[in-house]
Design a binder for this molecule. Structure first.
Ligand code: SF4
Length: 309
């Protein structure tokens, strides 16, 4: 078993902050132009070497839009040749051509993640700030399916789509995704506090996701919802009780510790590591607390020794 105090389970590298879209909630506050301070190709190779040496975690290219970097496939190729399992999360823009997807297949990308924040163009395109984004995304997913590249769908839950999650789940199923990664809006970057759902709504959605995960053809994962672990423990405990005392009418014995022992989880800074476009290392993209910079300090030193981590 991997020791998360030494090596992460997953590493995310924000290869650029450039993006053609203007999403309302953009953590990266993406801009159209690339930042000249981005890590260079050489620095990227060195970073990939260091990541590989940390017991070869899962590795994700994120952005901005990773496809705004012309050397992205060369970086991916370098990582794949080393034996790293690489995924990426491009933005749905005209850069996602059939040729780009074919190239990803040739390089050996393990998974392609797309964001869909609504079950239809009206909701999704409003959230993404760009009309046509919904159609572009679903067409690209059809092509990914055709090429048998596993698809992950990311959705950020906010007040804009709270009442459409059932339809979203149906769409995820229809698009043959292997994983639905459900993010809960964090007011970072362009994300606004007033667009978050309430604590009570979080509770309802997380319980609904637990039920969905039992029945759906795809896996369900949450991001920025550590309390999902608590919901899962409570639900499993309740199910066990129901099996033991099927007709208890609520009179089943109470345990002294309802939560039991929490499993070791992956969370910001523990098993999870984020590298910004300029090389700053954060516990996560949603917790942009700089703990060092890979231009000055080896990545493993930062991960293992930073007090924040
Ligand atoms: S697609 Fe991603 S990087 Fe681009 S604006 Fe939207 S959230 Fe930001």
């Amino acid at each position: 078993m991997r020791d998360y105090s030494k090596n992460p389970f997953i590493v995310i590298w924000e290869v650029t902050r450039a993006c053609e879209l203007k999403c309302l909630h953009c953590r990266a506050e993406a801009q159209y132009r690339r930042d000249p301070r981005e890590l260079s190709f050489k620095e990227g190779e060195h970073l990939i070497d260091q990541i590989y040496e940390m017991d070869n975690p899962l590795f994700v290219f994120t952005g901005g839009d990773p496809l705004m970097r012309e050397d992205l496939y060369d970086l991916a190729d370098y990582a794949v040749q080393k034996g790293v399992r690489v995924s990426m999360t491009p933005s749905a823009t005209p850069l996602v051509t059939k040729k780009a997807i074919q190239k990803a297949k040739e390089v050996g990308l393990s998974r392609w993640a797309f964001s869909l924040d609504g079950p239809n163009a009206v909701i999704h395109d409003y959230f993404r700030g760009t009309s046509g984004s919904f159609d572009l995304t679903t067409n690209a997913i059809d092509y990914l399916n055709e090429l048998e590249i596993p698809v992950q769908i990311n959705t950020t839950v906010s007040r804009y789509n709270l009442n459409h999650l059932e339809e979203m789940a149906q769409l995820v199923e229809k698009l043959n995704a292997v994983l639905w990664s459900v993010f809960f809006l964090v007011p970072a970057g362009r994300g606004k506090k007033e667009d978050m759902i309430t604590p009570e709504e979080h509770e309802i959605v997380l319980n609904w996701l637990y039920d969905l995960d039992q029945l759906s053809s795809f896996d369900v994962k949450t991001t920025e919802a550590h309390h999902y672990q608590r919901i899962k423990l409570q639900r499993k405990k309740q199910e066990k009780r129901n099996r033991r005392y099927p007709a208890s009418n609520g009179n089943s014995p109470q345990t002294t510790n309802d939560l039991g022992r929490a499993p070791i989880g992956i969370r910001d800074g523990s098993g999870f590591l984020f590298i910004s476009h300029t090389g700053d290392v954060y516990p996560s993209g949603f917790l942009p607390v700089p703990c060092g910079n890979v231009r000055k300090t080896p990545l493993a030193d930062i991960y293992r020794n930073s007090s924040v981590f």
